[in-house]
Design a protein around this ligand. Structure first.
Ligand SMILES: Nc1nc2c(c(=O)[nH]1)N[C@H]1C(S)=C(S)[C@@H](COP(=O)(O)O)O[C@H]1N2
Ligand SMILES: [Mo]
Length: 531
């Protein structure tokens, strides 16, 4: 029964080859990790392939990923990459049992994918970035070649006696030994790589620990006592740093050493190009402001918004010192492109940055140096603009240019060039599908319209009339504002909707739009059942 025997021999081959392939992949990753630890952690193969995937992900898919996996989206992506790697490795291992060279060549080819990905990243620092992928691929190919030779069928006798099952197969002991040695070596290489990576981060960690934030020359205006309502379940007025939402494209958070950090300001209309150290920035008069930051990818009712007390250098002053004038004063540049150490580019209108609002290069967040996740040592903030057109984290370069001349990262990916934050209101409590008891129920949440402020919030239950909610005290027009409404809940299912009015008198639009290209609009509502 040739069919059966060949099927069985295929099974045996798979049983032998697959673990060899997986071990080869393990060796490849271990060596790549080691080399990345020595060269540049951000050039590790999983990181660069993941980054390249993020760069190429259509906005709709990215939004889906953010919606579905939230801030775990990157973990999911990395696990996905590892799963594909494992599948390919197992397949190459099976191939290598019969075609050793082809299997090894396949591993090398896969390494080229990593190398190409590393060069395609916006933060690629050049040819050195391919080293981790190439070194890993070579190690993986060699490992597979050696392991496969242990697994290769012994030459069949002159009569062709015996199927592959009889003659082939591991010298079990030999293979297990080789496998064990490979596993230990790969794990050690990986651990050593992690160690080096950690050591590189130490300087940055120490520089953050050592940073003493100066007192602001212009402290934040006292926050009125009434900004925080007592409604249980309402979002805190000030978002604690660990709870602050995080949106960026990096798989490895940049650990920038503040001592070595520099910020360059240059480009069109810059008559005095300059570079600043952190100490030079800290020596300037600092402002402290409460500002609510919002992500353009925030769905109606979504969580990608936070409010913090930021400490920073007024950006307009730096620009004026550099000779920059806004377009309204016949300045040549209408776009300010901020570039980060990870190669991200974000473009803001020069007019907005210089119109008197508190655009800043922030160094402090709620009384602490910026957390690494939020841009240490310095990030940009422009009140009133979505984060992707203003809030560059790990900033290191400011270039004055024009909207005609340059499209930054997200604009290349079909997001709008201009993106002022839209007026929105969110119901924090009751939660969707809650079952509040009949009688008085507190409906409460936040509303925001940075730069315009919130002057009114209204609630509608089912098809009833719009009713005014009570507004908390206003901290300023650049922060969100809490509101609450006392609802007399009656048994049954109810839809509660909210709408806000901004400081210009404009009522938030009812028109539902997607987040792409310039932010979601429409009203938030929750459905609850009163038993
Ligand atoms: N370097 C860098 N800065 C960045 C981003 C990024 O991907 N890389 N994302 C931007 C986006 S889309 C938003 S909404 C804000 C989020 O800032 P946070 O993570 O501190 O909340 O950072 C902005 N700054
Ligand atoms: Mo964002």
């Amino acid at each position: 029964m040739p069919g059966v025997s060949s099927f069985r021999s295929k099974l045996v081959r798979a049983a032998q080859g697959a673990p060899a392939g997986l071990l080869a992949a393990f060796a490849a990753l271990g060596v790549a990790e080691l080399v990345a630890g020595l060269v540049r952690p951000a050039a590790g193969p999983v990181t660069v392939v993941g980054g390249a995937v993020i760069d190429r992900t259509p906005a709709a898919v990215k939004d889906f990923a953010i919606r579905t996996f939230g801030e775990d989206d990157k973990t999911v992506l990395q696990l996905g990459i590892l799963a594909i790697l494992a599948l390919v490795a197992a397949a190459l291992g099976i191939l290598a049992v019969s075609h050793r060279r082809a299997g090894a060549a396949g591993v090398l080819l896969f390494g080229l994918v990593g190398a190409a990905a590393s060069l395609s990243r916006p933060d690629s620092t050049g040819i050195g970035d391919v080293l981790p992928s190439i070194a890993g691929a070579v190690a993986g190919a060699l490992t597979l070649y050696v392991l496969a030779s242990r697994a290769a069928p012994r030459p069949a006798g002159p009569s062709g006696a015996g199927s592959e099952e009889a003659t082939g197969g591991w010298s079990r002991r030999g293979f297990l030994t080789a496998a064990g040695v490979t596993a230990v070596a790969a794990a050690s290489a990986g651990a050593l790589g992690r160690f080096f990576t950690g050591r590189q981060g130490q300087g940055a960690l120490a520089s953050r620990d050592d940073l003493v934030l100066p007192e602001p020359a212009s402290p934040a205006p006292a926050v009125p006592a009434g900004v925080q309502l007592k409604a249980p379940g309402i979002t805190a007025f000030t978002t604690p740093n660990p709870d602050f939402y995080r949106v960026d494209t990096v798989l490895t958070v940049p650990k920038v050493d503040a001592g070595a950090w520099r910020l360059r300001i240059h480009g069109r209309g810059v008559t005095r190009p300059r570079a600043y150290t952190l100490d030079q920035l800290l020596a300037r008069p600092l402002i402290e402001r409460d500002i609510t930051l919002t992500c353009v990818s925030n769905e109606v009712g979504g969580p990608y918004i936070g409010n913090a007390r930021w400490l920073g250098v007024p950006l307009a002053e730096l620009l004026r010192e550099a000779g920059v004038r806004p377009p309204s004063q016949r300045g040549e540049a209408d776009q300010l492109v901020a570039r980060s150490v990870d190669g991200m580019t974000l473009g803001s209108p020069v007019e907005d940055v210089m119109d008197g609002r508190d655009a800043m290069l922030a160094v402090g967040m709620n009384g602490r140096p910026l957390p690494f996740e939020h841009g240490f040592p310095v990030r940009m903030l422009v009140p009133g603009l979505y984060g992707y057109v203003s809030a560059c984290k790990w900033i290191e370069d400011i270039e004055l240019t024009t909207f005609d001349a340059y499209d930054p990262y997200w604009v290349k990916r079909k997001w709008a060039r201009l993106a002022p934050i839209k007026t929105q209101a969110r119901i924090d409590t009751p939660r969707p599908f809650a079952r509040p008891t009949a009688g008085p129920v507190t409906v409460a949440g936040v509303a925001w319209a940075q730069r315009r402020g919130i002057t009114r919030v209204e609630i509608q239950v089912d098809d009833g009339p719009w009713q005014d909610a009570d507004l908390a005290a206003e901290a300023g027009i650049d922060t969100w504002r809490q509101w609450s409404y006392r609802w007399s809940a009656t048994p049954g299912g109810h839809t509660i909707a909210v709408r806000a009015t901004d400081g210009t008198g404009a009522v938030q639009t009812e028109q539902r739009t997607r987040t792409i290209p310039d932010g979601a609009s429409g009203r938030h509502s929750v459905f609850v059942t009163v038993p």
